[in-house]
Write a new protein. Structure first.
Ligand code: GTR
Length: 384
């Protein structure tokens, strides 16, 4: 047994004996399908990025369809004196119309009282639906604390779009796109929720009180998978804060540590498309691995958070995706994340556009995680 001081410097060794992890070859993020090696950002954007986005859609999540024919925003509730008069609280009704069918859902947000547009954190919430007006002080969504620190705090309760349930997830927003429902490669719950996040970005990007260049999306666990997939697709998202997203989030699938592809497909068959089931116990045959999903956000920022006792999510696998995504950041002149930067328990490793932290404790989104996301926003999005 090593002493606790040692774990502070080497948290991963506390979690797992890396010598016991299977050996694997990662697909090269910069090697295009035609055999060319990508060396310039234009080539990345015009060729390889598109290939990878299509691969993630086809083999795992299903494509996120484009915006519907029309989208309408209406403020259905407004409190100009929220949070002891420090913020304005609004409930926005978002109405999507496609082929004469409508779907309605709501976004809630606090904006600080300020003459300047505010940077915003949008939480993709997959836990118990939160009512912003009732509880702005939870550690999962500390709206009051975010506002006091100069950020707008927005929350989307994802289950409005699709219930988190195998039998009923198709009964909500997916009804607008009936032609996609049974296609084996088409979207399932994760992409449907990510679509909801992207529609909220439609609102935030045009709202006068929001700084459209500083929109961050945060998600925990299944919410982390959603935040990352949404950010990979939508370049208006300046930063993705991906908390303990584990399997099919930021954890490298080929490691097979914690939740495997088979385990997640067995437990949550409706999150990912049917094609993904073919990769149960066949990780090495997947044309992608999860570091490539982080890379798809480049040159925008990604912050990855892990917890020491959250071994099901494979903290080291989550960290490694930032290391292996860095090659793409380097095309843009950023170093990304270097394995020379120390990772310490309860610290935060800030690379260039990539951040990683691992804290003590179990699976959850805590005030400590939020402080890391705020610090990353201040650093990467240049907020004073
Ligand atoms: C776990 C699941 C993870 C993760 C998590 C959550 O049980 O295995 O993939 O998404 O739930 O959302 O809390």
């Amino acid at each position: 047994m090593k002493n606790p001081e040692y774990y502070c410097r080497n948290p991963f060794e506390y979690i797992i004996d890396e010598n016991k992890v299977r050996s694997y070859d990662l697909p090269d993020v910069l090697l295009a399908k035609d055999g060319q090696f990508i060396t310039a950002k234009e080539q990345w954007e015009n060729q390889r990025r598109k290939e990878l986005l299509a691969d993630f859609a086809y083999h795992i999540y299903g494509e996120i369809p484009p915006a519907p024919d029309t989208i309408n925003f209406q403020t259905v509730h407004q409190d100009d004196h929220a949070l002891n008069d420090t913020a304005c609280l609004r409930k926005i009704e978002i109405t999507l119309t496609r082929n004469q069918k409508q779907f309605v859902f709501h976004l809630q947000l606090f904006t600080p009282k300020s003459d300047q547009p505010s940077p915003v954190f949008l939480l993709a919430n997959n836990r118990k639906p939160a009512d912003a007006a009732i509880d702005p002080d939870q550690s999962f969504w500390p709206a009051r604390s975010l506002v006091l620190q100069g950020f707008a705090a927005a929350i989307l309760n994802n289950t409005q779009l699709a219930e988190d349930c195998d039998e009923t997830f198709r009964d909500g927003m997916m009804q607008l796109y009936p032609e996609l429902t049974d296609k084996p490669h088409a979207w399932r719950a994760i992409s449907t929720w990510a679509y909801g996040v992207i529609r909220c970005v439609d609102f935030l990007a045009q709202d006068q009180s929001i700084d459209a260049t500083r929109i961050s999306v945060v998600g925990h666990s299944r919410g982390g998978k959603i935040a990352l997939w949404a950010a990979a697709n939508d370049t208006r998202i300046a930063m993705a804060c991906v908390n303990e997203s584990g399997s099919t989030g930021t954890a490298i699938a080929r490691r097979k540590v914690g939740e495997t592809i088979k385990a997640i497909n067995d437990q949550f068959p409706y999150w990912f498309n049917d094609i993904y089931k073919q990769y149960n116990d066949r990780e090495d045959d997947l044309p992608v691995d999860q570091h490539m999903l982080v890379a798809l956000v480049a040159p925008r920022a990604v912050c990855v958070g892990s917890a020491l006792e959250d071994t099901w999510a494979d903290p080291r696998g989550e960290y490694l995706s930032t290391i292996h995504a860095s090659a793409v950041y380097q095309l843009y002149g950023y170093s990304g994340m270097s394995d020379q930067l120390p990772v310490t328990l309860d610290g935060q490793t800030l690379g260039e556009q990539l951040s990683y932290h691992i804290r003590k404790g179990v699976h959850g989104l805590t005030e400590q995680d939020w402080q890391c996301y705020i610090k990353a926003a201040r650093t990467f999005l240049q907020i004073d």
